[in-house]
Design a protein around this ligand. Structure first.
Ligand code: SF4
Ligand code: SF4
Length: 137
């Protein structure tokens, strides 16, 4: 097994490789849903209590509400220059976006995102592993 595959699969416990680059579309900074305890925040009251938990929440402004919940934009995003004005000290969640962990928590990739994910194991490998398990039981 390749070293890269071994590290991703057994040390980082990932199922996908992340590839691509940020094209600075800004979508992930201007259409944000906030989830807490697996639920997307739906009311301003819920959000106000969250603001005390992490400084990142203090950057967010409500712009809309849709069928998922409240929609926010980050006031640290400069829409004209398409840059994060606190890039060097941006929160960890922003540094890691888009990550498999965040997607597992229910986040959805922005349509124009320059990153993409590909499975570490091929369909054949997954099938073989499943068959081994079935044969063992
Ligand atoms: S802190 Fe920067 S990277 Fe994070 S959402 Fe705001 S503008 Fe985007
Ligand atoms: S959505 Fe993807 S490409 Fe667009 S700014 Fe965010 S990370 Fe970069």
């Amino acid at each position: 097994m390749m070293i890269k595959k071994f590290i991703y699969k057994y040390i980082l416990k990932r199922k996908y490789y992340r590839s691509g680059i940020c094209n600075r579309c800004g979508a992930c900074c201007s259409k944000i849903y906030v989830s807490h305890k697996r639920d997307v925040i739906k009311t301003e009251e819920e959000f106000l209590s969250l603001k005390k938990l992490h400084p990142f929440y203090t950057y967010l402004e409500i712009t809309d509400k849709d069928e998922n919940g409240l929609v926010f934009k980050c006031n640290k995003f400069d829409a004209e220059k398409r840059i994060c004005t606190i890039h060097k000290i941006r929160p960890l969640i922003c540094r890691r976006y888009p990550s498999e962990i965040i997607l597992k928590m229910g986040a959805v990739m922005s349509e124009n995102c320059g990153f993409y994910f590909t499975p570490i194991d091929s369909f054949k490998e997954i099938l073989n592993e499943k068959m081994k398990k079935v044969n063992r039981n």
